[in-house]
Design a binder for this molecule. Structure first.
Ligand code: IVH
Length: 708
């Protein structure tokens, strides 16, 4: 007998817990946390943590329960789907439970391969048996909905709730235009269609802009939403359907609940794909990406293909879903606890993650704009390691109340710059301080001021401010402006800090001696810089105007100015009225140009640059209307087989067309290459003519017959 175990001497240290006790304690702790998070997510529509964090904790609990099955209590979150019915809603019992799907978090190809292997094993298929047919779908990031039709009429819409009982939200779902209220006559007497209610990203942005305006107008109780899913869930569970109707929602169908009473001559479906096709014919939106694929290789290819498109889709997805196609096989495979064995969700890397704020920096931009930036503990999100996230401006930073030391949710979706979407208040430490914008420039100590109608603080130091000077050089030297090859951020930092360059013309006065004195600058690189500077002198008027960095004058506006005025002098001498005549130029841009050239030191800079040999061809103002594509607006999307995007754009502009970034009713043509995404979809929806590369070339040659 081990006497130690029974010793009750007061000097004894607390007994070490054994592995089972530890696991039991950990499981109970995880259950408690997950319950809280699930309640916040499903029931209150106010998630406390990103999905990725929830998934991680969920998997930890699953793992413990797998090793110690007796710890899997009946109330464990692993044993049921999240969500409960809020007392305000009438509850609906689902005749066929709304289940969840197993999640494959291995975001690589092996996730798909493992699923196929499991299915084959469960079905008892030998190695030489044919490949299994699957339907591959998108995993929409919204909320599941069950739509009940009786004799073809929508009679009820219910949320998933806990899977057995959901909430009756029919009044709100009726406001979604994409959901048919009446079906054709050949549908079963009872038909429950299941799918996802979601919010498109553009609709989400518009909604949040509107919410911001309401907050600015002092309307009480209004807030912005952290992500489209959260906004969609909030809209669906509004008690007032007028409010729900103002929140634009969309729907995709992907599944079936109760079905009874098929019309004579209409047999039930044999496979899931046929079912989806029928849903489409009945008027339900089914995602066009949905595909029938064969075996593991088909699944892997689909996962990769959608990964490429993910950022271009007009809505959020967090993965793809694979479903065994044949319904007979689905039945054979059956279910394990809360999940079917015939389906799996294969995730993509998360676009939201948790991290901590190490510091809040204030950066100074080219136009003197002060931007607060959260310095973050490095976190892998949206496919990259993120260490900085913009807080935009004082109001945004205040609204989110981000403080140094806070645990925050960072989001990075697509090419969008990383953003702090919210703070986990529960994790805030004592003694943190509210962030305030400095009233002096952190770089040059000049006063920073915020104009009444502006959201931003600006440094008043102008080109005296090192930060603005550096940005001005960087802007001038970039590829789209005057283009000085090799003159990048590091070199400009060195040159400005050493006081070698103060204004743009100083660049052209640089000599070999000054350059080789810089840190780590070999003679060969210095000679290359000088060569690049020499080459940059031969430029074009639009590039030069853009390169000057006049506030509000972007690349497209610079091109318009060059085309309209023909010469720099004409632009410099233009009156406000004359500037306003230029296409797409309004009072803000016109005033900014006027103010810029009215300043003597700017005139001096232009004169000196010319004296240094910077030159461009000039001509009479263009007769725009006589150009073949004058008045046409064209949108480029996807990758063309031969022409680069810049090349196609330049050709179109030379022919008088305007190249725009988004498709609208006013778009004359969309030129689509491979992997064209939402823009192509929108063009088709609006009936805008779509051209491929040969079509574009024909248009440029003037071979087109139709004239939209
Ligand atoms: S099928 C029995 N298909 O993911 C299978 N679900 O955890 C039922 N979801 O609650 C679900 N896209 O909210 C299915 N193409 C898709 C989906 C999808 C998103 C959601 C749905 C469900 C959850 C599964």
């Amino acid at each position: 007998m081990n006497l130690d175990l029974f010793s009750d001497s007061p000097e004894d240290k607390p007994k070490a817990l054994n592995a089972f006790e530890l696991a039991s304690q950990k499981a109970s702790e995880l259950r408690q946390i997950l319950h809280r998070y699930a309640y916040a997510y499903y029931t209150l529509d106010a998630p406390e943590v990103p999905d990725a964090e929830y998934d991680r904790l969920f998997r930890q609990l699953q793992e413990i329960e797998h090793q110690h099955p007796t710890l899997a209590t009946a109330d464990s979150p692993t044993q049921r789907v999240g969500g409960a019915v809020l007392p305000e809603f009438t509850s609906v019992r689902h005749q066929v439970p709304m289940l969840s799907i197993r999640t494959e978090t291995d975001t690589g190809a092996s996730g798909a391969i493992a699923f196929d292997a499991r299915v084959r094993k469960e079905l008892g298929l030998t190695e030489d048996a044919p490949q299994v047919s699957y339907v591959a779908e998108l995993k929409f990031d919204g909320l599941a909905m069950s739509l009940r039709y009786e004799k073809g009429v929508l009679v009820q819409a219910a949320t998933r709730g806990d899977g057995e009982q959901g909430e009756d939200v029919t009044h709100n779902i009726r406001t979604i235009g994409q959901i048919p209220l009446l079906l054709p006559s050949d549908v079963p007497v009872v038909l429950e269609v299941r799918g996802e209610v979601y919010m498109r990203r553009d609709d989400f942005d518009t909604l949040n802009q509107r919410q911001l305006q309401k907050i600015a107008d002092g309307i009480k109780g209004e807030k912005t939403f952290v992500n489209p899913r959260n906004a969609a869930a909030g809209a669906v569970r509004q008690l007032d359907s007028n409010i729900a109707a103002q929140r634009p929602l969309s729907f995709f169908a992907y599944g079936l609940g109760e079905v009874a009473g098929w019309p004579v001559g209409h047999p039930p479906f044999q496979n899931h794909y046929a079912f989806l096709q029928t849903l489409k014919a009945w008027g339900f939106p089914v995602a066009i990406q949905t595909k029938c694929v064969l075996g593991a290789s088909g699944l892997v290819a689909f996962h990769q293909e959608i990964a490429q498109q993910r950022d271009a889709l007009p809505y959020d997805i967090d993965g793809v879903v694979y479903k065994v196609n044949e319904l007979a096989l689905q039945e054979k495979l059956g279910f394990v606890t809360r999940e079917p064995r015939w389906a799996v969700a294969h995730k993509y890397p998360a676009q939201e993650e948790l991290t901590t704020v190490l510091d809040i920096d204030v950066q100074v931009g080219r136009t003197g704009k002060l931007t607060p930036v959260a310095k973050l503990a490095p976190v892998f999100v949206g496919g990259v390691t993120v260490t900085n996230a913009t807080l935009h401006n004082e109001d945004e930073a205040r609204r989110k109340d981000v403080r140094i030391g806070d645990t925050v949710i960072v989001r990075r979706a697509g090419d969008v710059i990383p953003e702090v979407v919210g703070v986990i208040i529960e994790k805030r430490q004592l003694g943190t301080e509210i962030f305030t914008m400095p009233h002096i420039c952190p770089v040059c100590a000049s006063p920073a001021v915020r104009d009444e109608d502006e959201a931003d603080y600006r440094c008043t130091g102008g080109l005296f401010c090192g930060a603005q000077r550096k940005q001005a050089f960087l802007h001038f030297a970039q590829r789209r402006a005057v283009e000085v090859d090799g003159l990048g951020e590091k070199l400009i930092d060195q040159l400005v800090d050493a006081g070698v360059i103060r204004t743009l013309p100083d660049l052209y006065k640089l000599g070999l001696t000054a350059l080789v004195q810089l840190d780590r600058m070999a003679e060969k690189s210095a000679l290359n810089i000088l060569k690049a500077l020499e080459a940059s002198k031969e430029t074009s008027l639009p590039r030069f105007i853009y390169g000057l960095g006049i506030r509000h004058v972007g690349e497209a506006t610079a091109k318009e100015f060059a085309r309209h005025f023909g010469t720099l002098d004409a632009l410099m001498n233009a009156s406000l009225e004359e500037l306003l005549q230029v296409a797409d130029v309004g009072p803000i841009v016109a005033q900014s140009v006027l103010t810029f050239f009215a300043q003597a030191h700017h005139q001096e800079i232009v004169a000196q640059l010319r004296a240094c040999g910077v030159r461009w061809p000039e001509g009479p103002p263009a007769e725009r209307a006589s150009l073949p594509l004058a008045g046409k607006t064209i949108v480029l999307t996807g990758t063309l087989p031969n022409l680069g995007r810049d090349e196609a754009k330049a050709m179109l502009e030379a022919a008088g067309a305007k190249v725009a970034g988004s498709v609208s009713q006013k778009t004359s043509y969309v030129v689509a290459g491979s992997e064209a995404g939402s823009k192509l979809e929108k063009a088709m929806a609006l009936g805008v003519p779509v051209l491929d590369e040969p079509g574009l070339l024909a248009l440029l040659k003037g071979d087109s017959n139709d004239s939209p």
